[in-house]
Design a binder for this molecule. Structure first.
Ligand code: PLP
Length: 519
């Protein structure tokens, strides 16, 4: 593979663009008017300088924007320029970005960002985005850019090894492999569609109502996927979508799941999909994968229908590259698919979700449509991967580049240390909460996520505390409402989600001081 490529030494990079045939062919000077290499060189430096200034200013900015709705929209010209502003217009554009757009940003890369889950970026990932944009590849088929496909296969295989996934999830396995998708929501939809395809194929001509399952704490993308797939008309439509209660640790009550799956199957429904959460959005709870797989297998044995099991590890999956977190994936060998987002907590710019399956035949059969114009010899040889069949979009960009650069830059150990740093900060924060009689933990800490609230204060008072903290601009946290469990009441809690690439223990301590000052 890749034989015949010139070695770097045989093609030294040109330093003289005006004479280089690859950047400015002398016989067709206007051919590359839109890919003006000199202009790129001149303007990249100013754009990079803006980013560098922005990064250096993050700590001192209020984390959330103070703009009013419509302010930025109104400040922009209501009609587009009829004549291009050209090169000179770029400096003005940069001034607009810095002066108008940046104040309208929530600073997700701020060291004081503790809201939602992180959306990591890093220098190698940003460079990967730039290179991907500059190479301008559309890799829908292996044939439309073999490197785009093969780098991706190699990089997802690296990740599979980092996560210690079984061999059945690797590219070289008989029926498995990984792919980069856009988001965890797309991963869930893909898995649901693959599971539905597999069950419908097993049913043949027989029509049965389908059923899907997740815990009440699973991400909203599961019911959204059901709505898109035609299995729910609205978020509360429970005719086909079953949301199973959780226990005191907010993980799925697998006894209730077993009862529901078996009752549905016995009543003539076809359970086609179970989504297990490895790190719920609310509290970071982890469902018992091994038990959920056992329930799916039992349904297969007893009722002849084995639902697809998908593990949604959107945020927490990154932690599983550390051996001490790998137990969260116990039972992974029995799931049909697993997805996590390096764009959350693994230093890789949005968007980057890695989806692994050990049944790629069902996945691709559920997604594959081949119009004549996409036919080509390589695809028909059966010897290459066409990732277009592994997800919703047809077109795809070279997203593997940024992931490749990130993994090379940090190495596996560097990425593990990164995760462990945030987990240690969360442990410290947890101790501060526990040691302060005014507060209490509201769920077991999950890696770098701590859910807490003021003791003996109602939800409105806790919400007021959150709003007061956020109003300082010195920290940004978000809330959730955790449901009632056998021994906990329903409760509004504050979520301290540590994971910005810039956060240090001092920032966490400062956030705690801010919280205390707002009580
Ligand atoms: N699943 C879980 C557990 C999540 O926490 C999230 C988002 O935070 C998602 C899915 C959706 O992620 P995405 O934005 O990649 O679709």
């Amino acid at each position: 593979m890749l034989t015949g490529m010139p070695t770097p030494s045989s093609t030294p990079p040109s330093t003289s663009p005006s004479t280089s045939p690859s950047t400015s062919p002398s016989n067709t000077p206007s051919t590359y008017a839109h890919l003006d290499a000199d202009l790129l060189r001149r303007q990249t430096a100013a754009a990079v300088e803006l980013i560098a200034r922005y990064w250096n200013s993050l700590d001192s900015r209020p984390v959330r924007s103070a703009v009013k709705p419509g302010e930025i929209y109104d400040a922009m010209p209501p009609v587009p320029p009829s004549k291009g502003l050209g090169e000179a217009g770029f400096s003005e554009a940069l001034r607009t970005i810095e002066g108008l757009f940046v104040p309208g940003l929530t600073h997700w890369q701020s060291p004081n960002f503790f809201a939602f889950f992180p959306a990591n970026i890093s220098t190698p990932a940003v460079l990967g985005e730039l290179l991907s944009a500059g190479l301008g590849v559309q890799g829908m088929l292996w044939a439309t850019s073999p490197a785009c496909t093969e780098v991706e296969s190699r990089v997802v295989d690296w990740l599979a090894q980092m996560l210690d996934l079984p061999e059945a999830f690797l590219t070289r396995s008989a029926n498995g492999g990984g792919v980069i998708q856009s988001t965890a929501s797309e991963a869930t939809l893909s898995a649901l569609v693959a599971g539905r395809w597999r069950v419908q194929r097993a049913l043949g001509e027989e029509e049965r109502p389908l059923a899907i399952y997740a815990s009440t704490q699973a991400h909203s993308s599961i019911i959204k996927a059901a709505m898109i797939a035609g299995l729910a008309r609205h978020p509360e439509d429970a005719r086909h979508a079953r949301f199973i209660p959780v226990g005191d640790d907010f993980s799925m009550d697998t006894g209730a799941l077993r009862a529901r799956v078996m009752a549905d199957a016995a009543s003539g429904m076809a359970p086609c999909f179970i989504c297990a959460s490895v790190g719920t959005t609310g509290s970071g709870a982890c469902d018992d994968l091994a038990e959920i797989v056992a329930i799916a297998d039992e349904c297969g044995r007893r009722h002849g229908i084995r639902p697809w099991v998908h593990a949604d590890a959107a945020w927490l999956g990154s932690a599983c590259i550390c051996p001490e977190f790998r137990h969260l994936l116990r039972g992974i060998e029995g799931v049909d698919s697993f997805a996590f987002n390096p764009h959350k907590w693994m230093l890789t710019n949005f968007d980057c979700d890695c989806f692994f399956t050990r049944d790629r035949a069902s996945l691709t059969a559920s997604m594959s449509v081949t119009p004549e114009y996409l036919r080509n010899a390589a695809s028909e040889s059966g010897g290459v991967i066409d990732y277009r069949d592994w997800h919703v979009p047809l077109g795809r960009r070279f997203r593997a580049l940024k992931l490749w650069l990130v993994i090379r830059h940090y190495g596996v150990e560097g990425l593990r240390e990164y995760i462990r740093g945030h987990v240690a900060m969360a442990e410290n924060f947890e101790q501060l909460v526990v040691a302060d009689g005014r507060f209490e933990l509201c769920a077991p800490r999950s890696a770098s996520l701590v859910c807490f609230a003021m003791k003996d204060r109602d939800d409105a008072e806790n919400k007021r505390l959150l709003d007061a903290v956020n109003a300082t601009g010195r920290a940004y946290l978000t809330h959730t409402v955790l449901p009632a469990t056998p021994s906990r009441p329903k409760r509004l809690v504050l979520r301290m989600a540590i994971g910005a690439a810039t956060t240090t223990p001092e920032h966490v301590r400062a956030a705690w001081d801010t919280i205390c000052s707002c009580v």
